[in-house]
Design a binder for this molecule. Structure first.
Ligand code: CA2
Length: 144
C-alpha cells in the first residue's frame, strides 16, 4: 500500500465558489485542494486531487486507486451520490477504503438527496461541515 490518498470530486464541483455560497461556502475547489495539500504534508500523506463531470471517469479513477495501491479515497461524487449504482458497484469492486464527503448535509436537504448509493459501500462519511468536511475526512483516512 502507498501513502497516497485520492480525492475525487464529481459533477459541477469545478464551479464551487461561484454560486449558492449559503449552501456550499465561498471557497473554490482549488482553495480546498491547497488546504488539503498542506494538511497532507503534515500527516505524511500524498494527495491525488481530481474533479470530473463524467460518471465513467469517476469509475475509471476508482479502478485506478486499486491498481495504484492507494491508501484511501475521499469521494465527493456530488449528484452521482444519489443516482449511481455504477459508482456503488465500483466502490464494492475495489479493496481501497472510500470515505464519502459532502460540503452540505444532504440528509437535511431535498428528499431526492437522502439516498446515497456511495454511502452503501463507503467505510465512513463526513458531511455538512463545508470545506472542513474534506479535512476531517483526510484525518480519518490517515488513521485507517
Ligand atoms: O454537499 C455536497 O458536497 C454535494 O455533494 C454537492 C452536490 C450535491 O448534488 C450533493 O447533493 C451534495 C452539488 C455540487 C455542485 O456544486 C456547486 C456548487 C456551487 C456552484 C455550482 C455547483
Amino acid at each position: 500500500m502507498t501513502n497516497t490518498v485520492f480525492v475525487l470530486n464529481g459533477p459541477n464541483l469545478n464551479l464551487l465558489g461561484t454560486r449558492e455560497p449559503e449552501i456550499y461556502g465561498s471557497d473554490t475547489l482549488a482553495d480546498i485542494e491547497a488546504a488539503l495539500r498542506g494538511q497532507a504534508e503534515q500527516l505524511g500523506l500524498a494527495i491525488e486531487f481530481r474533479q470530473t463531470n463524467h460518471e465513467g471517469e469517476l469509475i475509471d479513477w476508482l479502478h485506478e486507486t486499486q491498481r495504484e495501491g492507494a491508501k484511501a479515497v475521499l469521494l465527493n461524487a456530488a449528484a452521482y451520490t444519489h443516482t449511481s449504482i455504477a459508482l456503488l458497484d465500483a466502490i464494492k469492486a475495489i479493496d481501497v477504503p472510500v470515505i464519502e464527503v459532502h460540503l452540505s448535509d444532504p440528509t437535511k436537504r431535498e428528499a431526492f438527496r437522502h439516498t446515497s448509493y456511495v454511502g452503501m459501500a463507503a467505510v465512513d462519511c463526513v458531511q455538512g461541515l463545508g470545506p472542513h468536511s474534506y479535512s476531517v475526512a483526510l484525518e480519518k483516512a490517515a488513521a485507517l
